[in-house]
Ligand binder design. Sequence first.
Ligand code: NAD
Length: 392
Amino acid sequence: MIIEPKTRGFICTTAHPSGCAEAVREQIDYVKSQPKTEGTKKALILGASTGYGLASRIAAAYSCGAATLGVIFDKPASGSRTASAGWYNTAAFERFAAADGLYAKTLNGDAFSKEMKEQVVELIKRDLGQVDLVVYSLASPRRTLANNTTVSSVLKTVGAPYTNKTIDLKTNKISEITVEPATEQEIADTIAVMGGEDWEDWVAALSGAGVLAPGAVTVAYSYIGPEVTHPMYLNGSIGMAKKHLFETSLKISKMYPGVKAYISVNKALVTQSSAAIPIVPLYISILYKVMKEKGLHEGCIEQMTRLFHDRLYASNILLDSEGRIRVDDYEMKPDIQSAVSVLWEKVSDLTLEDCCDIEGYWDDFFRMFGFRYDGIDYAKDVDANVSIPSIV
Ligand code: NAD
């Protein structure tokens, strides 16, 4: 079929297999162009199909030469529907890895479930023996708990409403938005979905089954960002979940001797998850403009290459005063943030083009689904049915 982007709200409901393969190839090429890392040899990546998780898998495989086992939650093509971008990304990654002699297998299903944990343990026992790295990069709007109830996360403030500028991604218009406070229940549910409980369950399952190598490292991702986003993010419902995630890192390191758990604070980037957060996409489009002008812009793969090479596996792991890894260091540089603040005050419908990298935002958005790649003929018929080699 001929596959074109079809957007609905802040998601794209189609994905292009050749474009997604190109996205993965570009990321692999980037890592190949960088110095190698003496790091993980066998890595488990939870949430491995898009965004930071996919980039972590590529960095593990191509910077460290690791065998990678990925857990994804994606859909194959069916009827007139294309597969999800994460499905095509994973299919491409496995093919590139096989061509380069790297082990790569993937399990598709709900990472929150007990069944998935059991399947992963079995596969590790059968193929790898043990893993020495566990990347926890799930971003989900909901989680089905062990008692079969499903809870949802919300992107709201805590305490008081917060009003600020936002961008309507459908019309590219600036407007004011008031984000309402979450209820106690919504905060608890957001912590259940995006906090550290499931991360800890994974470590317990892997450690209990003896498939975590001595000295194993596990890392989960977080975000801090500038003050304009704090009521929404850092101090909002998602921030409460991230606080729980951080506390879980301390708990894991304490409870599982020989396992070191880290939080890496990453840069704000366009991913399928960040597009859903009010206020943040406007901030990101201003940030992109400033960071590109200063030559400091990075995407997921540059961030994860730096995380693996310069932080996680550096001889001296650099942590902030609270013990977190920071690869948001360029984003949070005072000169970057003061330039962003000036543009934030100035931005309006009339100054949008001057203040924001709207084109860059939308390029990244469409590229997440395999569109806007040079060299791909989007008018050409393409087979949407692509298999992931390890998924039969
Ligand atoms: P993303 O949406 O690109 O990736 C999320 C991944 O989780 C996908 O591969 C998805 O398929 C997978 N997933 C979701 N539910 C699942 C389930 N039930 N079972 C298995 N897999 C599941 O998002 P992202 O932005 O890369 O986010 C990853 C992490 O990075 C999150 O913790 C997020 O908060 C954090 N982070 C993101 C940003 C940003 O700006 N995007 C910045 C800092 C930190």
